[in-house]
Every structure is written in structure tokens, then in C-alpha cells.
Design a protein around this ligand. Structure first.
Ligand SMILES: Cc1cc2nc3c(=O)[nH]c(=O)nc-3n(C[C@H](O)[C@H](O)[C@H](O)COP(=O)(O)O)c2cc1C
Length: 192
């Protein structure tokens, strides 16, 4: 099976982010057919169409668009801010979706993992994000859904995932995602 490149987009910029901790474990538990790479989104200026229209496209936007375009699939890991996705994640979606007709998202298979210290597991963020992914034509894995709640209880003091049920679930999730990518990814966009 040919290796597929997965862009991991994390909706938190926080140093001690639980989403980053979950992302690290997902990458470690991914089958060898998936090559995971976290994409920086904190340096993307807030979207303003004038920048593109007037030839002042920020270098960070161009780098992001060109880099992510080379990936076969995209995995979103998001916290919930006020029952929706953090602005930094929505901004990354918007930047990648333009200029009109040149979206980097179109047709790339994806999946969503939502993470929260609370018991509702960021369900609202998970499904708000899915609403945008429908429009962006990202075929998004439906099952298994991934709602990681009470996340602060899953790690020990040094940040090691100690909850074996969660570890097993994350491994199953990544195995399902590998199959989803294999079925839905167009021929590698890198051409290699
Ligand atoms: C502006 C803001 C809004 C938040 N709103 C929610 C919310 O709606 N639901 C929720 O479960 N947690 C909410 N939280 C708490 C976050 O889940 C918590 O800060 C979490 O640790 C953020 O993810 P991270 O650890 O990856 O940075 C909010 C946090 C902030 C800063």
C-alpha cells in the first residue's frame, strides 16, 4: 500500500494544549501507511480577500496553500470555543479555500477529532467544523466519531496517555482513517 501524507491541523495554539497531546498520540498510533505532519496555522493573518485581489498575498498564506496542497488527506483536531471551532482553525480553512476555484481542500479525505476537558467532548465544535467540511468537499469519515471528553484525566503528570481504553480507541480510529484515506484519496497530489 502506498504511503499517504496526512496534514494534521490543530485548532489550539496553546503550548500545553490537550489537542496537541492527543495529536501526538494519534501520530504514534497511526499505521505505517499514514505519514503524519502537523501544519502551523498560528502565523496565518486573518483572512481578507483584498490581500489576494491586490497582489499582497501574505507569504504565510502562500506557504500554507502550497504546502498543504501536496498532502493526500487532512486530520482536524479541535477544541471547542464557545460551542464552536476556534477562530484560528476557521481562519485556516478560509485561507486554504481561496482564491475562488483554487481551494486546497477540494476532494481531500478528512476526519475530525474533538477534545475537551469537559464532559460534552466538544460535540458542538466537531459538528460546526463538519458543516464547513461539507461545503469544502472534504469527504469526512463518519464512523468512528471521535469525541475525547474529560481529557485532563487521560494523561499522567508527564503528559503520557495512561487511559488504555482511550489508547485502544485512538488506534482503532487511525486504522479506520487509513482505510478511509485509501478509499477516498485521489492519486497522490505529489505525483510521487
Ligand atoms: C474562549 C474559550 C471558550 C471555550 N469554550 C468552551 C466550550 O464551549 N466548550 C468546552 O468544552 N470548552 C470550552 N473552553 C475550554 C477549552 O475546552 C479548554 O480551554 C481546552 O483546554 C482548550 O483546548 P487545548 O487544551 O487544546 O488548548 C473554552 C476555552 C476558551 C479559551
Amino acid at each position: 500500500m502506498k504511503t499517504k501524507k496526512v496534514a494534521v491541523i490543530i485548532g489550539s495554539l496553546r503550548k500545553e494544549s490537550f489537542c496537541k497531546m492527543i495529536a501526538k498520540n494519534l501520530a504514534e498510533l497511526a499505521p505505517p501507511s499514514l505519514q503524519m505532519e502537523t501544519i502551523e496555522i498560528g502565523d496565518l493573518a486573518m483572512f481578507n480577500q483584498d490581500f489576494d485581489d491586490e497582489g499582497n498575498t501574505p507569504a504565510a498564506w502562500t506557504n500554507f496553500r502550497e504546502h498543504v496542497a501536496k498532502f493526500d488527506a487532512v486530520l482536524f483536531i479541535t477544541p471547542e470555543y464557545n460551542r464552536s471551532v476556534p477562530a484560528v482553525l476557521k481562519n485556516a480553512l478560509d485561507v486554504g479555500s481561496r482564491p475562488y476555484g483554487k481551494s486546497i481542500w477540494d476532494g481531500k479525505p478528512g476526519a475530525v477529532v474533538s477534545v475537551s476537558p469537559g464532559g460534552l467532548s466538544a460535540f458542538g465544535a466537531n459538528h460546526h467544523l463538519r458543516q464547513s467540511l461539507v461545503f469544502l468537499n472534504i469527504p469526512t469519515m463518519q464512523q468512528p466519531e471521535a469525541y475525547i471528553g474529560n481529557v485532563a484525566t487521560l494523561f499522567d503528570a508527564s503528559g503520557v496517555l495512561t487511559n488504555e481504553n482511550t489508547r485502544g480507541f485512538l488506534q482503532k480510529f487511525m486504522s479506520s482513517f487509513a482505510s478511509w484515506v485509501e478509499i477516498n484519496a485521489p492519486t497522490s497530489s505529489t505525483g510521487d
